[in-house]
Design a protein around this ligand. Structure first.
Ligand code: ATP
Length: 729
């Protein structure tokens, strides 16, 4: 250590010793009130003012709509310069084209004039052609004479000028005439006869001439003939395609452009997979602003990409999982925790691959527990048996019963989690939802638990009867109820459902189940109805129809995510090509997941070699007595109370009060009879105050759910007085 540094340290030691000898006092703030305004003049304030002024100017420059976009950033400027050079290089051809069009237009005009076409048409329309024939013929001959005279005079004058002054004045005249013809032949809105009947290829012409884009919008009937577009951002290159942003006329909506994307693609002469139309939302956008991107070629014709998860050692299940890429090659990640996923497609389109991608992110998180049921019974899922807490592969009734037992076990688990969450401190569990910290805390035992069922239609269609609360019902029906319950209640408790099906029809997947699955991914399906079943009602009318995807585009589907994606929370759905994850990559990831679990000490159940074959009586199902699924709740309960239970579902526990008007509306019953029948079942309506959607407090008649629950329990347990049959007499 050098001497000066030592001296410095000694002095510091001394100071510290002194300060230890002194009684610590409270913090004293030393200062004075300053009343004077800060100096506004003087040499130091000048650069500050200049900087403020410059900042304002740059802000204005970047925001102003008067400053061309090409002067706002370098990439745009470069693009504009390239456009200018291209335009300059093309200008001689464009001029020549305009002159030729001008000649054609001139000749057409002269022919109509010389044949007195307008007069002739008028006479034809009024059926007086015979009367006017002589007149028209005379006029035609006269105009021919005028034409010949003018032609002769022009030739004579030209020859004289040539003899007296040489060729120069003739060239000058020809140049002037060509300018006049070019003006006559310039492309102008709505000018009939100036467009070539067979316009050449339309594709990409719009990138040079926005008028072509306007025409395409008109042809696709997205704007009318007398409306036009406003260019927000001129065409520029993004990735392997051209992007352009336009504002529609005030009466038009961007959502309609998305809806009629196919018509626009046709008008632009590109395949619809090449055209991406998106609304520009948020601060820089509005309901009439559309961003278009047109790929140079089929964006899905290139070889697929491998999943980026191969390059990571581990993943956090709470982070959206890398799922695929859109046509513009933007990465699309899929959030999974707190939601669930339904994948639907006809066979061999990439369903299993898509479900495995979602699972891969969860496998690489050692704190995630996996239940994997492979009813495809192939080898696609085998590798994950080494990480899964529960695993089965097969399509026999036994396998379905095993799934029933798992689901019942999970229902009990979810209930237990909610019970335990209620007792936890607010700092650990701020809401009735698990948090990342809770999911990793082994003492709480609430890991993120993924339930992955491939070919879920197999268990849903199983007819083997199972005993539920003394009733025998088909196993498939019960699986549907349990999955619906888990999809509703499970996400907040850390349960993630991933269901894949090759039969996305309404008869197979109960509508109640579909309604509660948050994220949907539809690969190619047979028709728009199946597409809507996976993606949601009316999605085809909003421009999302998975039956239009091409068979050759394996792994390409429409994703309707639940929650934010990189494309933004406002994006309703998008076309995505999933990452390609062949078996060998899948096995690598599963092995990595096993090693991570080994190290973290979280290898359990099937993967840890524990015997998990469900008992034949699947006692877990019996323990469902505490699980009030609507079916169990309404057992032995007479109508209309049973319908009320079915309608309210979870709300029976969540809400305090239900207005009579709502029940009458939902059940479609006659109000007086409904009130009387409910009264007979010991459910009397009362008046209570409710806050309506507008925030107004109103007094309405209705039922306390506590009263409904008490009546339901009494009827279910047979404690209720049998009701008198209604008196018909
Ligand atoms: N993202 C992708 N890119 C390219 N090819 C893919 C992609 N995803 C899947 N495929 C191809 O599609 C084929 C079918 O995939 P997968 O087995 O997932 O289909 P499936 O819909 O589950 O079929 P099935 O209904 O018969 O179970 C795979 O063999 C694979 O080669």
């Amino acid at each position: 250590m050098n001497p000066s540094k030592r001296e410095h340290l000694d002095a510091a030691e001394l100071d510290r010793a002194r300060s230890r000898a002194v009684e610590p006092a409270e913090l004293v703030l030393d200062g004075e009130l300053v009343d004077d305004p800060p100096p506004t003049t003087g040499p130091r304030s000048r650069p500050v003012r200049w900087r403020v002024w410059w900042q304002r100017f740059t802000d204005w420059w970047l925001r102003s709509s008067r400053v061309p976009v090409s002067l706002k950033n370098r990439a745009q400027a470069r693009q504009a310069a390239k456009d200018a050079v291209a335009a300059a290089a093309r200008s001689p051809w464009r001029y020549l084209g305009a002159v030729v069009r001008g000649v054609v237009a001139g000749v057409r005009w002269w022919r109509r004039w010389v044949t007195v076409a307008d007069y002739r048409e008028a006479a034809e329309e009024s059926e007086k052609l015979a009367d006017k024939f002589t007149e028209i013929r005379e006029l035609t001959l006269f105009r021919w004479r005028v034409t010949l005279t003018v032609a002769l005079l022009t030739l004579t004058a030209g020859a004289l000028v040539f003899l007296i002054y040489g060729p120069r004045p003739l060239w000058t005249t020809a140049a002037l005439v060509s300018v006049a013809l070019a003006i006559l032949g310039r492309r102008k809105d709505g000018s009939p006869g100036r467009k070539a009947v067979l316009a050449g290829p339309r594709s990409l012409a719009w990138t040079m001439d926005p008028q072509v884009l306007v025409d395409a919008f008109r042809d696709a009937k997205l704007i009318s003939k007398d409306e036009t577009l406003r260019l927000v951002e001129r065409a520029h290159r993004i990735g392997e395609g051209w992007a352009i942003t336009v504002d529609l006329p005030a009466t038009r909506k961007a959502a309609d452009v998305i809806k009629h994307r196919e018509a626009l693609a046709s008008a632009l002469a590109v395949d619809e997979v090449q055209l991406i139309a998106e609304r520009v939302r948020g601060n820089g956008g509005h309901a009439g602003r559309v961003a278009l991107w047109v790929a140079d070629s089929d964006p899905y014709a290139t070889p697929p990409r491998r999943t980026p998860l191969l390059g990571v050692e581990r993943w956090d299940a709470w982070r959206p999982v890398p799922f695929g890429r859109d046509a513009r090659d933007r990465r699309v990640d899929l959030p999974l925790v707190w939601t669930s996923l339904l994948v639907g497609a006809i066979p061999r389109q990439g369903k299993t691959f898509a479900a495995r991608l979602a699972a891969a992110g969860l496998i690489l998180d050692p704190y995630t527990r996996l239940y994997v049921a492979d009813f495809k019974a192939g080898k696609d899922w085998d590798a994950c048996a080494r990480v899964a807490h529960r695993f089965l592969s097969g399509d026999d009734p036994d396998h379905v019963l095993a799934l029933v037992a798992w689901l019942a076990e999970l229902v009990g688990e979810v209930q237990g989690r909610y019970r335990r969450m209620r007792t936890l401190d607010d700092t650990v569990c701020p809401e009735s939802k698990i948090t990342p910290e809770m999911s990793r805390d082994s003492t709480l035992d609430m890991p993120v638990t993924a339930v992955i069922v491939d070919e879920v239609q197999v268990p849903l269609e199983e007819r083997t009867p199972v005993d539920v609360q003394g009733k025998r019902i088909p196993a498939g029906e019960y699986v549907g109820e349990l999955l619906t319950w888990l999809a509703k209640k499970g996400p907040a408790a850390g349960i993630v459902l991933v269901l894949a099906t090759q039969r996305p029809d309404s008869a197979t997947i109960p509508s109640g189940l579909r309604a509660v699955l948050g994220s949907r991914f539809a690969l190619r399906v047979m028709d728009w109805r199946d597409s809507n079943i996976v993606l949601g009602e009316q999605m085809n009318t909003r421009g999302y129809d998975a039956s239009r995807l091409l068979p050759s585009h394996k792994g390409v589907g429409i994703l309707r995510p639940d929650g934010d994606t990189a494309a933004g929370a406002d994006v309703l759905a998008m076309t995505v090509r999933t990452y390609y994850m062949p078996n060998e990559d899948w096995r690598t990831l599963c092995e990595r997941g096993r090693a991570l679990r080994d190290a973290a000490g979280t290898l359990t159940g099937h993967a840890a070699g524990q015997d998990i074959r469900p008992a034949p009586e699947h006692p877990a199902v019996a323990s469902l007595g505490a699980v009030p699924t609507p079916r169990e709740r309404s057992a032995n309960v007479p109508e209309p109370l049973a319908s009320v239970v079915a309608y309210l579902g979870e709300d029976l526990d969540r809400r305090e009060f239900v207005p009579t008007a709502e029940l009458v509306d939902a059940l479609g019953v006659e109000p007086t009879a409904f009130g009387r029948q409910m009264g007979e079942l010991d459910c009397r309506s009362v008046r209570d105050r409710i806050t309506d959607a507008d925030g107004h407090i109103r007094q309405v008649r209705g039922y306390f759910t506590a009263d409904l629950r008490a009546a339901i329990d009494a009827h279910r347990d047979g404690r209720a007085e049998p009701c008198e049959p209604p008196d018909d007499g």
